[in-house]
Write a protein that binds this ligand. Structure first.
Ligand code: ZN
Ligand code: ZN
Length: 154
């Protein structure tokens, strides 16, 4: 690769990512990363690739199911996607949430959905900024691992 291309290539990649309005992202999250992204000696070391948002053909809600002890996703086909492009087995419409809960300590309202595996309740996590506590040890050292790549989802 010539030097000019080496400069242009990362620029193009960044532009392509920002042009794709539907793109969700997958991030490697780890227990033991401080809020600013630097490593800390606290935390249990649990790590997981978590995806937020949907792609061109589908939309997605992300959460953590306490009963299943893992991150779970509810996916459905995006509006206006023709039958022929529907992801195999994907539902047609946004599933109805189970309900909402109000957190009296923060004033926040959380939407509760049914886990696709156990049908128990889980709270929607909108993005990595709203995922600050480790689902395993409940300590506030859960963040994006700066040493791992991010993925765009289409
Ligand atoms: Zn932890
Ligand atoms: Zn579950």
């Amino acid at each position: 690769m010539n030097p000019a291309m080496r400069t242009i290539f990362p620029l193009l990649l960044t532009m392509m990512l920002s042009v794709s309005a539907f793109a969700g992202e997958g991030v490697s999250m780890k227990c033991g990363v401080a809020a600013a992204g630097e490593k800390t000696d606290k935390g249990c070391g649990y790590e997981e690739m978590v995806t937020f948002g949907g792609g061109m053909r589908f939309e997605q809600i992300t959460g953590y199911c306490r009963a299943c002890k893992k991150f779970v996703h509810v996916r459905w086909t995006r509006d206006g996607i023709p039958e022929s492009l529907r992801p195999p087995g994907g539902p047609k419409e946004k599933p109805k949430p189970l309900g909402e809960v109000w957190d009296a300590s923060t004033g926040a309202t959380h939407v509760v959905h049914a886990c696709p595996e156990c049908e128990g309740p889980f709270v929607e996590i909108k993005g990595s900024k709203d995922l600050t506590h480790c689902p395993k040890c409940n300590e506030p050292h859960f963040g994006i691992d700066p040493t791992k790549p991010r993925m765009a989802i289409d």
